[in-house]
Design a protein around this ligand. Structure first.
Ligand code: 4NP
Length: 168
């Protein structure tokens, strides 16, 4: 397979695509770059809603992410039917995102690509979804980043180790 063809194609989805999913997108990009496998991955994010199409991530999320070394420059977009063709795994941040994605999925095969971010949380996590920080203070944004840093690493390890055991 050529270097330009990604093996793993992951789409992160939240409501507005300005807080949680662009943060997951930025964290996941950072992980694959630091491991030297960015060419094998296609990573993107989208929202189920239309409110913020074209916007940069929320300034509070950009600030908190920047402090951890993530530069979030994604422009918000709405999830489309084509995403269910393009991506192998589509990960909703909370139960509403997952339910919306399942409803939007154009086929049973597409529906099977939909997962919840919480499937990748540590067994000891205090949450079973990624809470919307939009109406929260700084702690809400820090909590989202804590949950996403941990779960993106688990997602990375699960996919890399299970699907490509021969590549080191
Ligand atoms: P996100 O957060 O889904 O994590 O991007 C939100 C952003 C905007 C709104 C809600 C949630 N909003 O209602 O505008």
């Amino acid at each position: 397979m050529s270097e330009s063809t990604p093996t793993h194609k992951v789409l992160f989805v939240c409501l507005g695509n300005i807080c949680r999913s662009p943060a997951a997108d930025g964290i996941m990009h950072s992980i694959v770059e630091s491991r030297g496998v960015a060419a094998h991955w296609k990573i993107d994010s989208a929202g189920t809603g239309r409110y913020h199409i074209g916007d940069l991530p929320d300034h509070r999320m950009r600030l908190h992410a920047r402090r951890r070394g993530y530069d979030l420059t994604h422009r918000a977009r709405q999830v489309s039917e084509a995403d269910f063709e393009e991506f192998d795994i589509i990960i909703g941040m909370d139960d509403a995102n997952v339910a919306d994605l399942r409803r939007l999925a154009p086929s049973p095969e597409a529906q099977a690509k939909v997962h919840a971010m919480a499937e990748y949380f540590a067994p000891t996590a205090r949450y079973d979804y990624v809470p919307d920080p939009y109406y929260e203070g700084s702690e809400g944004f820090e909590l989202v980043l804590d949950l996403l840093e941990d779960s993106c690493m688990r997602l990375f390890e699960r996919i890399e180790e299970k699907e490509t055991p021969d590549r080191q």
